[in-house]
Design a protein around this ligand. Sequence first.
Ligand code: PHE
Length: 339
Amino acid sequence: MEKKLEELQQEALEKIGNTNEVDELEKLQVEFLGKNGKVTGVLRSMGNLPPEKRPVIGKFANKVKNKIEKELQTRLQELKVQQEKARLAQEAIDITLPGKKISRGRLHPMQLIINQLEDLFLRMGFAIETGPDVETDYYNFEALNIPQNHPARDMQDTFYVEGDLLLRTHTSPVQIRTMEKQAPPIRIITVGKCYRVDELDATHSPVFHQLEGLVIDHGISFSHLKGVLIAVTREIFGEERDVRFRPSYFPFTEPSAEVDVSCFKCQGEGCSLCSRTGWLEILGAGMVNPRVLEMSGIDAEKYTGFAFGMGLDRMAMYKYQIEDIRHLWDNDLRFLKQF
Ligand code: PHE
């Protein structure tokens, strides 16, 4: 019987040594040490032995049992460690590989100009106002002293929505909205889209952007206007580009002026871009017409003010030397990535 046990021990240890799977180990456990297992079987048959032999064999059988049990546990641990290692190896990440490139977006050239101008005006103490794109005839024209039969109202220029609603043709209605709700002193700018019936070409777009400014207080004069606008052109175009004020006409300002910067393409020599004048127009401005002040409930005897409206798409083109306005809105990344 001892021999039999020894053989069983031998067999079990061999099998355990050759196992590579945890469930196989479990099977071996059942095969040798289970209720109907081989070692258990031998122990059970001990009843047939003479009594004096029983303790000796019993002791030996227990040794065998413990030995097998211990080997099973050791092998189990080994396999677990192996499995863990294999899992880690499979999940390993090579941190020396180059990372995936995240392509970051960037600001549109129009937004860059808007940010730069808003910063400048905020530094000069201006507040930022907003107004609707869909306006009434009153705010877009009437209150700005643009009478019923003025050519600016022509169906050719204005997108009419319905009734007396239209798409604003400029940001000047925000002047009126501001004067109606706020008493002087007023110092605001507003930025937004404007709409005019225009064929899209290199220099025209039916949707464009303006920045409007309005200052109203005691004793505001044209020299204040000049000071502010010169600060603006310096900020955007630097000191090198020349600036000129040219007399002009707007129904809502008197006197009125237009402001030009020297052409970036020909440096003022005269070329196709500037229609051979050497100058590019960037904004309209003037002293707020007293009739406009009175219509919005501001005492023109006490207060004076100036206003200006600049075309931001043009400004962006002239600043970044873009020769076709359509580039700004084509959303071609090769273009946009340059800014
Ligand atoms: N609203 C005018 C335009 O769109 C520009 C302007 C604004 C002129 C304010 C004078 C004062 O052409």
